[in-house]
Design a protein around this ligand. Structure first.
Ligand SMILES: [Zn+2]
Length: 301
């Protein structure tokens, strides 16, 4: 659909392009009123000295980021203290000057990309604003001509395709058991004892909180564990452990085989995480290769 790229403004130009740190509260949609690619829009924006800037440009093939989203942009025309400029993630849709199929595709890509931004933040469609909401400018002009509600509907349809996933990977539809150790709901109220060790379906996800079926209560995700389809608690598969190197130098082998190629060495005193053991060798977490787990060379911690 589209490729995501970054071409971020140099930090020495923050004072011109994005002087303030920002905690974004919504997304603002723009049209470029130009016919340049996203790549060129961003390259031009970060390369000039004008107080004009935006976070993302989207065309029919790419989303290109030009500013970090924890910094403001100058895009809404509502001044240095304007809500739009200081709280919005600014998304420019390319090719709006001439329109046509490449603009239509850019608009679709922008709708999908905005849907992903909303999902990541647990935001709803009400977080999508238009430039026009903050100043008198008729922007995003072509999107407005085509119909703002149609664009919002497009975002909504993409939202339905993107599963909501919590910080730790829980999603709507998962069966989870409330841990016996859990004490309070996300709201702070005490969990009734019948809820502990009971299994519920996740019906909504918001960040690190899960809304559970039947009890219809928000639970912190740390207080539940996933239950597999056959109702067994899934067994943790993480069997990693730490080793300290106790010889001067130890070879890193490319494969779990003492005859495989040496791709590097580790040194005395260094500590590594081993993901798994195979043929007396341990797989380094870095993915570089394997080292001997012989107790002459390494000490398990
Ligand atoms: Zn605009």
């Amino acid at each position: 659909m589209y490729v995501f790229k970054q071409n971020l403004v140099a930090s020495e130009n923050y004072s011109i392009k994005c002087p303030y740190s920002m905690t974004a509260e919504f997304i603002v949609v723009h049209n470029t009123a130009n016919d340049a690619t996203a790549e060129n829009e961003v390259a031009y924006m970060i390369g000039n000295k004008n107080q004009v800037s935006f976070h993302y440009a989207v065309d029919d093939q790419e989303v290109v980021q030009g500013l970090p989203i924890d910094r403001n942009a100058w895009a809404c025309g509502d001044g240095a203290n304007g809500t739009g400029n200081r709280k919005g993630i600014q998304v420019e849709i390319c090719y709006s000057k001439s329109g046509g199929t490449r603009f239509d595709q850019a608009e679709k890509n922008a709708a999908h990309f905005i849907a992903t931004l909303l999902r990541e933040r647990g935001w709803g469609i009400e977080k999508v604003k238009k430039h026009q909401d903050f100043s008198n400018k008729y922007c995003p002009h072509r999107t407005l001509d085509k119909g703002w509600n149609g664009f919002l509907q497009m975002i909504k349809s993409y939202l339905n395709d993107i599963p909501v996933i919590s910080s730790q990977g829980f999603k709507v539809g998962d069966q989870v058991r409330v841990k016996a150790s859990a004490t309070t709901y996300a709201t702070g109220q005490i969990i009734a004892s019948f809820v502990k060790n009971s299994t519920y379906e996740i019906i909504r996800v918001n960040g690190n909180q899960l809304l559970l079926s039947k009890i219809v209560s928000w639970m912190n995700e740390v207080d539940v564990e996933k239950v597999s389809a056959d109702n067994q608690i899934s067994v943790a598969t993480d069997s990693s452990f730490l080793v300290e190197i106790i010889c001067d130098e130890l070879n890193i082998r490319q494969k779990a085989d003492f005859n495989s190629k040496v791709v590097g060495t580790v040194k005395r005193g260094e500590v590594y995480t081993i993901l798994q053991e195979e043929n007396g060798l341990g797989k380094l977490k870095s993915g570089v290769g394997y080292i001997s787990l012989n107790s002459k060379y390494v000490k398990r911690k």
